[in-house]
Design a protein around this ligand. Structure first.
Ligand code: HEC
Length: 296
């Protein structure tokens, strides 16, 4: 009987522990009102969504799946589908801070993504909500600078040099991202920050395939606070690449030049043979016709 009591105590203890753990798992995230209400300093646009998509595919799909597919990893607590109400009914600030701080199995991304990159993720998550209207912060008289830029490519160090101005003065601490425009969308070349001279150096992979002259179609985006500017350019900054036709050299019949002599000869002999047979048939028919007429 004494032993029994012992067991009951242990079971009670386990139940209490489980209950506490369970409450812990389902409690609300602790966010301050300020965090909840914080808003993106950038207007969500296609570029932000695209950048967010790239980060999401690298860092989030393993648990959350693709938004809208409900293919998140089954675990407790559930990560959930970012296209679902669980995410979409939350404020932008809540999503932003939850991504930054994480909880339990949800990793903390504070040290992985800069703030603008975390907003890209929010922009991507919001792109699955047709009814979403981005709340814009009240700027309260803050003037948004109009950025302009100059671009050059330094081939000695394989860097894209971006100088950022506002009202003709160089601007420091501006985030610069460069993209290459491909047939299927944009790809990030790299990111950098302008120094005190307003210059940012973006590393360029020297093996990127350019056109026949080594030119690339690029888009450079600069952002700081609420300021944003974009510029398109076509610059020599990659390996000259002569693009071959997809069928060149692959099939013996793809063009005359590639056809081997035996194929050409047998082709002409066959064609000639067919015409010859047709010719004999016509002659033959004429002979029958003539013979018929003579009989009449
Ligand atoms: C290792 C798996 C894992 C990865 C990777 C992961 N998450 Fe999560 N995430 C979770 C889990 C589990 C939860 C639920 C946590 C909880 O409720 O305690 C969660 C919760 C969240 C929430 C809060 C949802 C809510 O209900 O309030 C957001 C927002 C979120 N994740 C975004 C992201 C983003 C964006 C990424 C990629 C940058 C990411 N997560 C990567 C597992 C993951």
């Amino acid at each position: 009987m004494k032993n029994y009591k012992h067991y009951r105590l242990i079971i009670l203890f386990c139940l209490c522990f489980l209950a506490v753990a369970n409450v812990n798992a389902q409690s609300d995230w602790q966010l301050t009102a300020k965090e909840n209400e914080s808003l993106s300093p950038f207007l969500f646009d296609d570029d932000m969504i695209l950048e967010g998509k790239i980060s999401y595919e690298n860092s989030c799909t393993s648990c959350h799946g693709m938004p809208g597919q409900a293919d998140y990893t089954p675990m407790a607590p559930s990560p959930g589908d970012p296209a679902s109400d669980q995410f979409q009914l939350q404020s932008d600030g809540a999503l932003f801070h939850k991504i930054k701080t994480g909880r339990g199995t949800m990793p903390k991304f504070e040290d992985v993504f800069a703030d603008d990159e975390t907003w890209n993720l929010v922009a991507f998550i919001r792109s699955f909500n047709e009814n979403y209207k981005q709340p814009v912060p009240d700027l309260g008289g803050i003037e948004i600078p109009e950025y302009s830029m100059k671009l050059a490519f330094d081939e000695n160090i394989d860097k894209l040099v971006v100088k950022v101005f506002a009202k003709e003065l160089p601007q420091s601490d501006v985030s610069v991202s460069a993209f290459v425009k491909g047939s299927f969308g944009k790809y990030l070349i790299g990111k950098a920050q302008t120094d005190e001279l307003g210059i940012a150096y973006v590393d360029v992979d020297p093996t990127l395939p350019g056109d026949a002259e080594g030119k690339l179609d690029i888009m450079v985006k600069v952002t700081k606070g609420y300021g944003l500017a974009k510029m398109n350019a076509n610059m020599i900054m990659a390996k000259p690449t002569v693009r071959k036709s997809a069928i060149e050299g692959r099939h013996i019949w793809s063009n005359d030049k590639n056809a081997p002599i035996w194929l050409k000869v047998s082709f002409f002999i066959t064609i000639f043979g067919v015409w010859l047979v047709l010719f004999f048939i016509v002659i033959g028919l004429r002979g029958i016709n003539k013979a018929n007429k003579e009989e009449e």
